[in-house]
Design a protein around this ligand. Structure first.
Ligand code: KG4
Ligand code: ZN
Length: 334
């Protein structure tokens, strides 16, 4: 079979990224331009500023990606684009770019759901094996997905309120830690002990999650200690918070693994970079003889390599979009 080269484009939040992936598994080149430094001073991503930064960067990132790959647009088989969900202005910049390239070079356009991309970040580590359970944990999503084959997604449960990454970032903020706080809380947690008592949210037999109660519990605890004139031990609070997050994620996920009788588990999304979460899942999978794959730390957070990998399987399934493709801020995984 002729090799298939997919150009992936990702611009759903604060990363502008292009990547070329061969046959769904072989990464040829990836360029990511992050806006973290721009948004840091506002304590989170400012949508209007994000879209402007994408417009400014997008052609440079594309050029660099093609240059690194030593591949011309003419040699690309198809273009995979994140059409949603995400920040609408940011998504639109990528979608318009993808449509323009598709029209100019007469290449098929493949619409890719952002979460399908996060799931396929694992395919760049090791070819996915089915059936599998995917735990998607990012700044905007917390979902349990069952996949019986490539590009087939069944949602088992999701957060009823905040996403786990959002919760990490809010907890970091109340502790005076800069955006994005997730990685810093992870580091602090590894230095602390579980000394603060926090409730395990939605501790039931469903596949749904809830993180807003936990977030409020941490915020209230910090304020109460302040009123009492007591100093919060950030390391211990981070360790206590992360322990509760891990308990909630592992309980629901391992329950799904058993109920659906699967032997393969993957983690996906920015929070899948968390060392405490990875360590606990690794231990549980080894104890239960479950094969596990985690995304590389570099590609746990937003990037276009994962979009190009997912795009390859969507391409094989015949998924196509035309020039009427629009960006959507929310959409079910499909
Ligand atoms: O997947 P992602 O790049 O963007 C979304 O699609 O949302 O995820 C970003 C999220 C942020 O909330 C960030 O704080 C979190 O992932 N994150 C982490 C870690 N690294 C990134 N959270 C906890 N521990 C980490 N090591
Ligand atoms: Zn993401």
């Amino acid at each position: 079979m002729k090799d298939i080269y997919i150009l992936g484009i990702e611009s759903s939040c604060d990363e502008t990224s292009f990547s070329i992936v061969k046959n769904g598994i072989e990464e040829i080149s990836t360029v990511i331009s992050t806006q973290i430094d721009i948004h840091k001073k506002y304590g989170g991503v400012v949508p209007e500023i994000a879209s402007r930064a994408h417009i400014k960067n997008i052609t440079f990132v594309l050029e660099e990606c093609l240059e690194q790959a030593k591949i011309k647009m003419e040699d690309i088989t198809a273009i995979a684009i994140t059409y949603g969900p995400g920040l609408i202005g940011s998504l639109l910049v990528g979608v318009e770019c993808a449509k323009t390239l598709s029209f100019l070079y007469n290449k098929p356009l493949i619409p890719v759901h952002h979460i399908a991309g996060h799931i396929y970040a694992n395919n760049l580590v090791k070819r996915l094996e089915f059936p599998l359970i995917a735990l998607v944990i990012s700044g905007g999503h917390t979902e349990l997905i069952y996949m019986k084959s490539d590009y087939s997604f069944e949602k088992l449960g999701a957060t009823l309120d905040d996403a786990v990454g959002e919760c990490y970032d809010k907890v970091a903020k109340v502790l005076g830690i800069e955006y994005p706080g997730g990685p810093k809380i992870d580091k602090l947690a590894s230095l602390g002990e579980k000394k603060y008592d926090l409730p395990i949210p939605l501790n039931d037999d469903t596949y749904d999650f809830s993180f807003s109660g936990l977030k409020s519990a941490v915020i209230n605890l910090v304020h109460k200690e302040k009123l009492r004139g007591k100093e919060i031990n950030k390391e211990d609070l981070a360790a206590s918070f992360q322990d509760v997050v891990i308990k909630s994620l592992t309980k629901k996920t391992m329950h799904a693994v058993k109920e659906y009788n699967v032997k393969n588990l993957i983690l996906a999304g920015g929070v899948a970079a968390n060392s405490g979460i990875r360590k606990e899942f690794q231990k549980l999978c080894e104890e239960n003889n479950i094969n596990y794959t985690f995304p590389s730390i570099k590609y746990a957070t937003d990037n276009a390599a994962m979009i190009a990998s997912a795009g390859y399987y969507a391409y094989l399934k015949g998924r196509r979009a035309d020039l009427t493709l629009n960006a959507v801020s929310s959409d079910e995984l499909k």
